[in-house]
Design a binder for this molecule. Structure first.
Ligand code: ADP
Ligand code: ADP
Length: 224
């Protein structure tokens, strides 16, 4: 069974239809990438998972459970974490305080999880008492991902994690994405840097004008 599945999703913002039938899935352990031209609806497809859109038809399911139009906070509680393109970290708080905020819906002791994540992201352990605003762009992105991982999500959604970063940091982010995936978390991400993203992807979807245009393995799309 797929972890996440969008089935013929149609919808948009208010009365404006953006998605005209988008289908995609993420299977256990996979990295799946959504690529396509600007304005194709890539970010919008991600927002559809989060109940941030008006869906007029289609279905979103998580581990086989129907989560179509479920409000964002409930989607989070069901195990989907989302790192938006615009950073949701607080520059004046320390790295550790930002990570603690990521644990907001946890009722148990999150300290063990924090220690686990410091092992996955060693630079954050080193900088945990520094304010997030003093970090490099790549490290801030690392904080945003670690914050989302505090909840041990069933799937992590990343909206252009390398946006605005120099090529040097881009490579770093893709390797972090692989590391996070290797801890067992499937990942669905939107990326502009299609070539680099497809290299680490099990599968990719090309969206054009709010519709599926192509899909295939990361390698087969690279070859096209
Ligand atoms: P992509 O991620 O592929 O660049 P988006 O999903 O961001 O594309 O945007 C698809 C279309 O939806 C664009 O025409 C954009 O202007 C429009 N759009 C995005 N967000 C909103 C919004 N909050 N309200 C209305 N229209 C939006
Ligand atoms: P992207 O880089 O994904 O294409 P944009 O620059 O289009 O993003 O949008 C940036 C922000 O503005 C997003 O949060 C998006 O939802 C919002 N937005 C984009 N287009 C519109 C629109 N036509 N009306 C209202 N909000 C929009």
């Amino acid at each position: 069974m797929s972890v996440l599945e969008l089935d013929a999703v149609v919808g948009g913002y208010g009365d404006t239809q953006i998605l005209h039938g988008v289908s995609m899935k993420v299977d256990p352990g996979e990295i799946v990438v959504i690529i396509g031209p600007n304005g194709a609806g890539k970010s919008t497809a991600m927002k559809a998972v989060f109940g941030l859109l008006n869906l007029s038809s289609g279905k979103v399911s998580l581990d086989g459970e129907d989560i179509t139009n479920m409000p964002p906070e409930q989607v989070v509680r069901h195990g989907v974490c989302y790192v938006p393109q615009t950073s949701n970290i607080f520059p004046s708080l320390t790295v550790e305080e930002n990570l603690e905020m990521g644990a907001f819906v946890r009722e148990d002791d999150f300290q063990p999880r924090l220690r686990e994540l410091y092992e996955v992201f060693p630079p954050l352990a080193e900088k945990r008492r520094q304010t997030a605003g003093t970090l490099s762009g790549g490290q801030r992105q690392m904080v945003a991902m670690a914050k989302a991982m505090m909840l041990e999500p069933k799937i992590l959604l990343l909206d252009e994690p390398t946006a605005g970063l120099s090529p040097k940091y881009r490579g770093e982010i893709f390797s972090i994405v692989k590391t996070v995936n290797a801890t067992g978390t499937p990942i669905l991400m939107v990326e502009q840097n299609a070539k680099q993203a497809l290299k680490i992807a099990n599968r990719g979807y090309v969206l054009v004008d709010g519709k599926n245009k192509f899909e295939g393995s990361g390698q087969s799309l690279l070859d096209d």
